[in-house]
Design a protein around this ligand. Structure first.
Ligand code: ADP
Length: 542
């Protein structure tokens, strides 16, 4: 028997309307490309999103059309995030750090017909435009800052001018596609994850449920995570849901710029990848303290080393280590500690914070061992992590091959991550399947080795990659970027591992680099490191 409750579609426009009405004091603060600091309320954001939605419709944008963005975090990007899905079109966020070839591939694959760009990327687009599908361009600025360009581009502010600022948003099924985000291609060609209104709304409700208490009442949040990466961790929808203010950093993501912005804007919670936090942490040490209001950091995208988590904790900042993927909207697990765990001694607390935390409601998890069998959730057994839920991709946009491989026979999505899960659902990521090192039939987790090596004071960044070995199959090679001029020896670095790893898990050799190659999403690119050191000969083979 069906129940007798209303069944209203979960549409993203609902959350913007809600914030505009309910949280007049919250604001969107944007450090803009033009150089100024701009402020507007959620109500003004809604008015401008409404204006944009009318402009889009006048330009012929309708249900299912793909509208691309190439932009930093700022209020105009946020307006597009809401206006485009508001009329049933799809907001396709492009990562500007992708190579020109990948950008051309993605715009063709997505079939973008319109692209909104920040001033920064106009020269790039001018060079690239012949390789892009036929499309119109809009530059996110006002008339005074419009550059000369060969794109025949429209001016964003002019597009909005004089239009009505209120409307009833159209209604359509909640399963309508709302956003398109390609994986950065760390593991092959970029693949498009196509979010729905329903998945984004359920994702923001789940995020608010697990993180709301830590964030506090109407928090001031700094999304360092770009709006163009992993669905911006859902913040464009979670923030209006909880009445948060958003402090948008624009293009300046170095430690000093972030420190200043956090300080002047009273940021309480900041979200980003570990490399960003490394920069901010160094800045805190250099300045002898943290920005006053900052008390909470969410970190994900790659593993946060314990030394960095502890460094922040010592400065009074609670680190919440989260796991997720583009394909999981992205939040799958997060490490907010329950009251009993907060009371634990530092050592035990840090060990817990190094894990990727408990699963989020609505995301089921299983691990499958090498034998194809489900492993027990005992915190020890390892295997590939599979996930299932309303916020998990069921396939990839316009890619039958990848879609067929994405999901197993029981309907679970294979993450390609190797993990263990403890009885209380705490997820510990051991590695990406392709980064694990297979030595003599046993596995070595590159994450474990890296976490220990980076706690050495002379190591700024490091990565462990597998080198082929005739006897052991593979052996670990440690790549180090030094913190200063001192070059720590392998023996020196391995003292950090003595208590924690078996001797056979120690790296066989160390090499030094001036700069770590990074992926478009701010992760160390092991693909490029493997290429760079493919001819390296390990000491016992020389
Ligand atoms: P890509 O890096 O391929 O573009 P995503 O940005 O979607 O793809 O990243 C998802 C991947 O990032 C996960 O599958 C996992 O390997 C890694 N990852 C995410 N969060 C964490 C974390 N907290 N610790 C370790 N690895 C993580």
């Amino acid at each position: 028997m069906d129940g007798l409750m209303m069944n209203r579609p979960l549409l993203q426009s609902g959350v913007l309307d809600f914030a505009a009405e309910s949280f007049p004091a919250a604001e969107i603060v944007s450090r803009r490309v033009e150089g100024d600091l701009h402020r507007q309320s959620w109500a003004q954001t809604r008015e401008r999103a409404v204006q944009l939605s009318f402009a889009l419709q006048d330009m012929g944008v309708g249900m299912g059309d793909r509208v691309a963005t190439l932009a930093w975090n700022g209020h105009r990007h946020l307006e597009i995030y809401h206006a485009v899905p508001g009329i049933g079109a799809i907001c396709h966020t492009i990562n500007p750090r992708l190579s020109p070839e990948q950008m051309a591939f993605i715009t063709h694959h997505a079939g973008d017909g319109l692209l909104f760009t920040d001033l920064t990327f106009v020269p790039l687009l001018e060079k690239l435009k012949d390789q892009l599908p036929p499309m119109r361009f809009v530059i996110l600025t006002d008339r005074a800052h419009m550059p000369e360009n060969t794109l025949d581009a429209l001016c964003y502010e002019e597009l909005l001018q004089g239009r009505a600022t209120d409307r009833d948003w159209p209604e359509f099924p909640e399963t309508t596609a709302s956003g398109l985000c390609y994986t950065s291609g760390t593991t092959g060609d970029p693949k498009g994850t196509l979010y729905t209104h329903r998945s984004n709304m359920l994702h923001s409700l789940a995020t608010a449920a697990v993180l709301g208490a830590d964030l506090g009442v109407q928090p001031r949040i700094l999304p360092v995570v770009p709006l163009f990466h992993v669905n911006a961790w859902g913040l464009p929808f979670t923030c209006p849901l909880i009445g948060a203010s958003m402090v948008m950093p624009g293009p300046h993501l170095d430690g000093a710029s972030l420190w200043d912005l956090c300080q002047t804007e009273g940021v309480q919670s900041a979200w980003g990848v570990p490399t960003i936090w490394q920069g901010l942490h160094s800045e805190m040490l250099a300045r002898g303290g943290k920005p006053e209001a900052l008390r909470h950091i969410v970190v994900g995208g790659s593993a946060m080393p314990r030394s960095l988590i502890e460094g922040f904790e010592k400065l009074g900042i609670d680190v919440n280590h989260a796991w997720g993927m583009t394909e999981t909207s992205p939040l799958g697990s997060q490490g907010s500690l329950t009251a009993d765990k907060r009371a634990l001694p530092l050592d035990q607390r840090m060990a817990l914070k190094q894990t990727q935390g408990r699963r989020v409601f609505g995301v089921d998890m299983k691990i499958i061992g090498d034998d194809g069998q489900r492993q027990s959730h005992d915190g020890v057994a390892m295997g590939e992590l599979f996930v299932r839920g309303n916020t998990v991709a069921s396939g990839y946009y316009n890619n039958a091959d990848a879609s067929a491989k994405a999901v197993d026979k029981e309907g679970w999505f294979g993450t390609g991550d190797i993990a263990s899960i403890s009885p209380d659902s705490t997820l510990t990521l051991r590695d990406r399947a392709k980064d694990l090192i297979k030595s003599g039939g046993e596995w070595i987790s590159s994450i474990d080795v890296e976490n220990l090596a980076v706690s050495h004071p002379d190591v700024a960044q490091c990565a462990v990659i597998a080198m082929p070995h005739p006897k052991w199959d593979e052996r670990p090679l440690l790549v180090v970027k030094c913190a200063g001029t001192a070059r720590p020896t392998l023996e020196d670095i391995c003292t950090t591992m003595d208590q924690h790893l078996a001797k056979w898990q120690f790296p066989d050799d160390v090499v030094y680099v001036d700069e770590m190659p990074m992926t478009a999403t701010g992760k160390i690119s092991k693909l490029r490191l493997r290429e760079q050191f493919k001819d390296h000969v390990l000491p016992d083979l020389r």
